[in-house]
Ligand binder design. Structure first.
Ligand code: ADP
Length: 231
């Protein structure tokens, strides 16, 4: 089967003064449709860079990136944005909801970009918010919600357009243990409905919830052996 996400020999070098930083160093990673993958590792090891490359927010310096079989490593910005909107849902540590829009309006945004008409948009956004337990918060502004609720709204926004893959960068970094548990359960649900999930995290509990686990060290990626499960 063709992988959904396929990195082959991918490097990302930042030119910083006379000492280049190898944020990604010859990373090869193949993720099939429907997988649940986590990437952990110390701060500065390249996790966010990896996620940004997968999300088409950053461009590899070397190597190949294929998304659903298409070479996407060096596309023009408009084409990357179009593909991202069609195939990728993104969740960040800082939620990144639009502060002057209500919760339901935030969740509608990916559908606005797709040109979905307003009633269908509202119906899909309400259904997505119901899935994350926020049906009672539709017309609240983001800062009227707790951190955990804001992240649930951000997940609803990420999945409302039924992306192939949900990519999350440190999604529980600002949350307490109870809210983290709720987010993990939502990821499980998203995964169960067939969406591929990739989570980058410091949190061992979040990492352990994935079926396939990787660790980054100094820009290189290695699988976490089964013997280390439960760590
Ligand atoms: P992590 O997410 O694991 O904390 P990052 O992917 O953010 O790691 O960073 C990996 C390395 O790349 C770090 O050494 C970081 O300082 C460097 N880096 C990240 N972004 C930039 C940038 N825009 N310019 C220069 N160096 C960067």
């Amino acid at each position: 089967m063709m992988p959904l996400l396929s990195l082959a020999g991918v490097s990302r070098v930042y030119a910083r003064g006379s000492r280049p930083v190898h944020a990604l160093d010859d990373v090869t990673l193949h993720i099939e449709c429907g997988e649940f993958v986590s990437v952990t590792g110390p701060s500065g090891s390249g996790k966010s860079t990896l996620l940004h490359v997968l999300a088409l927010l950053d461009t590899p310096t070397a190597g190949r990136y294929e998304l659903a079989g298409a070479d996407v490593a060096r596309l023009a910005d408009t084409e990357r944005a179009r593909l991202r909107n069609r195939r990728i849902g993104l969740v960040f540590q800082s939620f990144q909801l639009v502060s002057h829009l209500t919760v339901v309006e935030n969740v509608e945004l990916p559908l606005v970009y797709r040109g979905v008409e307003s009633r269908a948009r509202r119906a899909s956004a309400c259904a997505a918010l119901e899935r994350v337990g926020l049906a009672a918060r539709l017309s609240h502004l983001p800062d009227e919600l707790s951190g955990g609720e804001q992240q649930r709204a951000a997940i609803a926004r990420a999945v409302v357009a039924e992306p192939d893959v949900l990519l999350a960068d440190e999604p529980t970094g600002n949350l307490d243990a109870a809210a983290t548990q709720t987010i993990l359960e939502i990821f499980e649900n998203v995964h169960r409905t067939g969406t591929t999930v990739v989570v980058v995290t410091h949190n061992p509990r979040v990492a352990a919830s994935a079926r396939r686990r990787y660790e980054m060290r100094c820009g290189t990626l290695r699988p976490v052996a089964a013997a280390q499960d439960g760590a």
